[in-house]
Design a protein around this ligand. Structure first.
Ligand SMILES: Cc1cc2nc3c(=O)[nH]c(=O)nc-3n(C[C@H](O)[C@H](O)[C@H](O)COP(=O)(O)OP(=O)(O)OC[C@H]3O[C@@H](n4cnc5c(N)ncnc54)[C@H](O)[C@@H]3O)c2cc1C
Length: 391
């Protein structure tokens, strides 16, 4: 049962105190998965509260006025190696196989990323590209991902030069735009992960399972949450209902610092602004996403129809502008991966530990970690078996 804000407020007022086993804050992947498990496997009652006007958290999608399935909070592509997550979510959706492809606009040319052997030929004259290809394969082998920083230190000047070129033209300015920081100001793991992929595989991800929910994420969440033990209250901050709800335990998936009224100072996040544009043409670009590392204020443009597989006369694009996060004004999208921020977060973890498990914290915001959707789902499934089902 889903209640919008006025209905539920009156429901609480008419019936006095609402009694549930669990209060779950946040109806994204983490909250929805735990709510479903608790309702169906433990036959316990859940009140699921979200301050947004929809379920799905950042994965929320909707059909716009032109019939295009759009992702409100930026493009979300599903990919995982975890069979358990794939099997779990497959109960609530059919899938459309989809391999995401990304091109970066470099020196005016579209170049496949992650940078691979095809990228060499997209950028350089064929003889030069062929020479570099031979060199890469003889040095590292085929179908291998080599961290760009490692290649930059290679004693062979051609390999080091190639890595340097990629670093400067594909990675550096994109990172500056995305984080407003230089790569060396971020965790070494961020730069360390950027690979040169010695392969002809142009897919952005190489995971075993790659697909999009046929009817979209929101429909998947609707089915996941359709259970008589789950009540959903939208457009409501959980703090507004604390007096009207009696519960045994709570799962909180919002920002950890907010839960503790920022007693140790606000945790830093990066935010984004999404500009949706509909064009009167069938297709705008060749692939799902085109990155603009070196020009413009935006980082990338995604064409939604590549993700949904829809055949429509018009097309909708989402243009992403990174921006400073202002608590209460903008959305906190990305925890900023720096050692000092993890230390800052640890102060809140210590506060959470004092609650002795009466409140569980999980999810991208509460764990202050960048999770992909499958990781958020896996985290929730694991939490269910380790901390919820056994209690
Ligand atoms: C731009 C962008 C692109 C992404 N692309 C991908 C992708 O392609 N593939 C992929 O796998 N992952 C992607 N992700 C990651 C994905 O969004 C997350 O893995 C997923 O949303 C995590 O789910 P969650 O439930 O932990 O958090 P969220 O989805 O953020 O859900 C938390 C919910 O809690 C609610 N909430 C917070 N505080 C309160 C409160 N006080 N009261 C009530 N409600 C509250 C919020 O409104 C929110 O709905 C992307 C993320 C971003 C930002």
């Amino acid at each position: 049962m889903v209640y919008n804000r006025p209905v539920c407020k009156s429901l609480l007022e008419d019936n006095g105190i609402m009694k549930v086993d669990w209060l779950i804050v946040g109806a994204g992947f983490t909250g929805a998965t735990l709510a479903e498990r608790i309702a169906t496997q433990l036959n316990q009652k859940v009140l699921l509260v979200d301050r947004r006007d929809h379920v799905g958290g950042n994965a929320y999608d909707y059909y716009n006025e032109h019939g295009v399935l759009c992702h409100r909070y930026g493009p979300h592509i599903f990919h995982t190696n975890a069979k358990s997550v794939w099997d779990y979510l497959s109960q609530f959706t059919e899938w459309r196989p989809y391999y995401h492809h990304v091109l970066a606009q470099v020196d005016g040319r579209p170049v496949p990323v992650p940078f691979n052997l095809n990228s060499l030929y997209a950028l350089f004259p064929p003889r030069h590209a062929g020479k570099l290809e031979e060199l890469l394969i003889s040095e590292y082998g085929f179908n291998v991902k080599v961290p760009i920083l490692k290649m930059r230190e290679h004693s062979n000047a051609d390999l080091a030069g190639l890595a340097d070129y990629i670093f400067k033209n594909v990675f550096l300015h994109y990172t500056r735009k995305q984080w407003d920081l230089d790569p060396e100001q971020l965790d070494p793991s961020v730069t360390g992960r950027v690979p040169v992929y010695i392969s002809r595989d142009d897919r952005y991800f190489q995971d075993t399972y790659q697909a999009m929910p046929v009817l979209g994420y929101t429909e998947m969440f609707r089915r996941q949450l359709a259970h008589p033990n789950i009540r959903i209250l939208l457009q409501t901050d959980y703090r507004e209902v604390l007096d009207g709800v009696q519960f045994n335990r709570m799962l909180y998936t919002g920002p950890m610092d907010e839960y503790f009224d920022s007693m140790h100072g606000a945790l830093p996040y990066r935010s984004l602004r999404f500009e949706l544009q509909t064009r009167d043409t069938e297709w705008h670009q060749q692939v799902g996403t085109v990155n603009y590392p070196n020009e413009y204020d935006f980082t990338r443009i995604t064409e939604q129809k590549h993700l949904s597989g829809q055949k429509l006369a018009k097309t909708t694009l989402v243009v992403e502008y990174p921006q400073i996060h202002r608590p209460g004004v903008t959305e906190a999208y990305y925890p900023i991966p720096r050692a000092e921020n993890r230390e800052h977060y640890a102060k809140y973890e210590a506060e959470a530990a004092k609650l002795n498990g009466s409140v569980l914290f999980a999810g991208r915001l509460a764990d202050y970690k960048y999770y992909n959707m499958d990781q958020a789902c896996a985290r929730a499934l694991k939490l269910f078996s380790s901390e919820v089902a056994v209690a």
